[in-house]
Design a protein around this ligand. Sequence first.
Ligand code: CAA
Length: 444
Amino acid sequence: MADENHPDKPTEFSQSRNSDPAKYLHGIGIAKMSIPDIYQDSSVLAANAIYELIDRDKLLPAEIARIDIATETGVDESKPVAAYVHGMLEQKFGKGSFKRTSGVEYKFACVSTADALESSLDWAWAGRSNGRCSIVCSTDIAKYPLNTPGESTQGAGAVALLIKENPRLLAFDNVIGTYMEDEDDFWRPLFSTTAVVHGKHSEKCYLKAMEGAVDNWAEQAISSGLVSPGPGESLIDQFGPMSFHVPYPKMAEKGFAYLLRHFWRGLSRWDEIVKKIGIEPKPAGFKKRGEFEKAESDYMRQFMETSRFQAEYNDKVAEGLIHARESGNSYSASEKSCLSMLLETKARKDADLVGKRGGSGNYGSGSKAKASSWIIQEEWKTVAKGFGHLEKLHHRRPVSLAEYEALHEGRPLPEARRFVSEPENEFVLIDVTAEGYRHYKFAD
Ligand code: CAA
């Protein structure tokens, strides 16, 4: 979509969309989007992520009590991705090897990973794990109609998380914040493969719900004594690394800025901000809603340019957004990609984070946000260094505009090719019959 080394140079994509590559890089914060090949659907992405996790951690099927899937791009209206994944894993581990492993599909736009995780944590906290672990996998393919504003935020990906007693990476706090209301900001009707979105409205819903969920987390965390900000301190000071849902990197950056404005108001550091950029605009100060929104957007931009904001953002959030900048939105998988990218980058820089509290903010259109927190464990660096984000991002192939549009629209590829890239050591979708049977295999 855009070339980081030559930000002003038009690309095949930007020219075809009559757009400016600098808008992708600086306006929304994306250089590349990921698009799946012919043989990849959300089940295949999930199975491959889970298989890699099982292999890397040398897990035995009998040790895994549940494999739950979070997705908003499932492949069937009734049969869950969890069942297809089960079948694919049994091709590798043997028929019946996962018969004592449960699985379900969770749906609530991009936030369902947080719901699936909450359920797995509740199960473990209730003492029902009996020494077994669980896996939560988020998998999605973000797709908007061609030539629409949403198109440049598309992407695809899956993340598998291992949940167990005595974790080596992060230990979750037993406090989860929620904010939910019925909103029409983004949805995908049953008859459509692409999402319908009110883009500008969805951005407001994201900010409002994220703030509401963090407020709800704070009420519970303060009343239970989990955190106690001292005089002159902000709640956000209690956190080290923070990860967010990333529909596109600029949105996560704005989400973090919105939280800082919320939690810095009334502190002496806020007086410094006001001295630099003035007081925040209020709707009552404007005759028209549009004028207020323009003033609010200008104020946000000025706040995000302050050195105070930049220091907090670079310390807590920025490194997590590298993945989305290189691959776009992966809906339910985006926050955990952000979190794992953040931890891997910090581990490679040898950051000292043991015992620090971090936070995750998930948002799903429709709409709901969840805020959770975790403590970084002793062995985090060894685990995080093994994620291999950059290797995975480099293991992709650039496609031409013609190939991209054919993949997007389900049309035959140019030159009647069967796929863009030869599968290697991964699960693939072989076919879908007229009755809807889906056949998968492992391609060696
Ligand atoms: N150079 C630098 N910046 C530029 C530029 C240029 N040449 N041209 C434009 N920009 C800037 C604009 O000033 C704007 O910045 P601000 O937001 O700070 O004002 C930014 O680029 C976006 O440009 P537009 O205002 O022209 O917006 P757009 O029409 O391209 O739409 C969008 C942007 C609404 C995000 C659209 O891509 C969209 O609808 N995306 C899908 C919905 C979405 O991701 N919503 C996020 C919240 S909902 C959610 O989180 C759930 C989910 O996963 C979908």
